[in-house]
Design a protein around this ligand. Structure first.
Ligand code: PLP
Length: 382
């Protein structure tokens, strides 16, 4: 039997999403922009999906814009804020040093277009301190982007405080909530963010759909041009089945959040304690404060071995984890997240991320704890 411990990379569809999507693909395939009855039914179901997603994320339905996933939402938020900033002579973009590449590579692209960016440093705990943000803000800052929870370490950020600092200065604040949505309580309006990205496949919904939440008073510039879908901001015929699947998955995740997160956090802590006992030189990446960590995620650096080799060895034993972020696997790049936290490159090269969920069991954790030390030993002997 295999053990899937890579839920930060993606999650399988939950039954509610699967049922909603198959029903929609079979019965509700008309174009929501068509004026006939079938089209209007598709438009109605899209609206219901939008309402459910908005209720789960603590925002208004008209603040939700469907996208092709988290990457597009991150690109859109930053490019839009940069364009708006440029209109007012603000060309500085700010993000934390531990953002996903969907944010960091967008900043690089904007730099080639004449913008400049500053990265906010983090401490060894992986947390962005409000004072560190304050130090880099200036009169020409157009936007600040700090993720809700990091995809490699699972460490969560003090978003309310960071957003308040930006709000006070009239600076747009965006958060990438791709890892957090559906797993920890999240309210767009209560956080005080201007924009927020989410992605359905991280909370048991389908791949290829996500959303950008945008406060109505925050200017938004479209990236795509075409029809009038998504209030003219994101043209292309809507994927009603995916939107319904996303809504069903988010509703499922949010309604079971309390029990799932308590259960998963126990497994995570059993894993952390067990790894420390059996492999004393393993280094847990990020804060020791479990309240500041996603319930399912724990990343360790194992000295003197390659994380990629360890992930492969575990895979051969039927245990699926990832070495760093899934989307950089195979690139040989040492994690920018771990090095930003002050972890030396040689140690960061031995990083492996375990990301658990409610389907994992204590027995599986024990199997990981038996297999892992043997795998580490074997690689060290090579
Ligand atoms: N942001 C974070 C923090 C992520 O973990 C990911 C995916 O791994 C993304 C953005 C990209 O999301 P998507 O795969 O939906 O484009």
């Amino acid at each position: 039997m295999t053990i899937y411990a890579d839920n930060a990379a993606t999650t399988p569809l939950c039954d509610a999403a699967y049922d909603a999507m198959t029903a929609a693909m079979r019965d509700c395939w008309a174009n929501p922009s068509s004026p006939h009855r079938a089209g209007q039914e598709a438009a109605r179901r899209l609206l219901l999906a939008r309402r459910t997603i908005a209720a789960c994320l603590g925002c208004q339905p008209q603040e939700v814009y469907f996208t092709s996933g988290g990457t597009e939402a991150d690109n859109w938020a930053l490019i839009s804020a940069a364009r708006e900033g440029a209109k007012h002579g603000k060309r500085r973009l700010v993000a934390s040093a531990i953002e996903h590449h969907a944010v960091l590579h967008t900043l690089e692209s904007l730099r080639r277009d004449g913008f400049d960016y500053t990265l906010i440093p983090v401490g060894s705990d992986g947390i962005v301190q409000p004072e560190a943000l304050e130090r880099v803000l200036s009169a020409d800052t157009a936007v600040v982007s700090v993720m809700c929870a990091n995809n490699e370490t699972g460490v969560m950020q003090p978003l309310e405080e960071l957003a308040a600092l930006c709000r006070k200065r009239g600076i747009v604040f965006h958060t990438d909530a791709v890892q957090a949505a559906g797993h920890v309580p999240l309210s767009f309006s209560a956080l005080g963010c201007d924009m927020m990205s989410v992605s359905a496949h991280k909370f048991y919904g389908p791949k290829g759909i996500g959303a950008l939440c945008r406060r109505m008073t925050t200017p938004l510039h479209p990236l795509l041009f075409g029809g009038g879908q998504e209030r003219g901001m994101r043209p292309s015929t809507e994927n009603v089945a995916a939107a319904e699947g996303m809504a069903a998955a988010l509703e499922y995740s949010c309604s079971h959040m309390r029990e799932h997160s308590a259960y998963t956090a126990e497994l995570r802590d059993r894993l952390i304690a067990g790894v420390r006992e059996r492999i004393p030189d393993a280094v847990l990446c990020g804060t020791e404060n479990s309240a500041s960590r996603l319930p399912g995620t724990a990343c360790f650096c194992f000295p003197k071995i390659s994380g990629e080799a360890l992930a492969l060895t575990l895979s051969m034993a039927g245990i699926y984890v990832s070495s760093g972020a899934a989307c950089t696997t195979g690139t040989d790049a040492v994690s920018h997240v771990l090095t930003a936290m002050g972890i030396p490159e040689r140690l960061a090269a031995g990083a492996v991320r375990f990301s658990l969920d409610r389907r994992n069991t204590p027995d599986e954790i024990d199997r990981i704890l038996t297999t892992l030390p043997e795998a580490v030993e074997k690689l060290r002997r090579r």
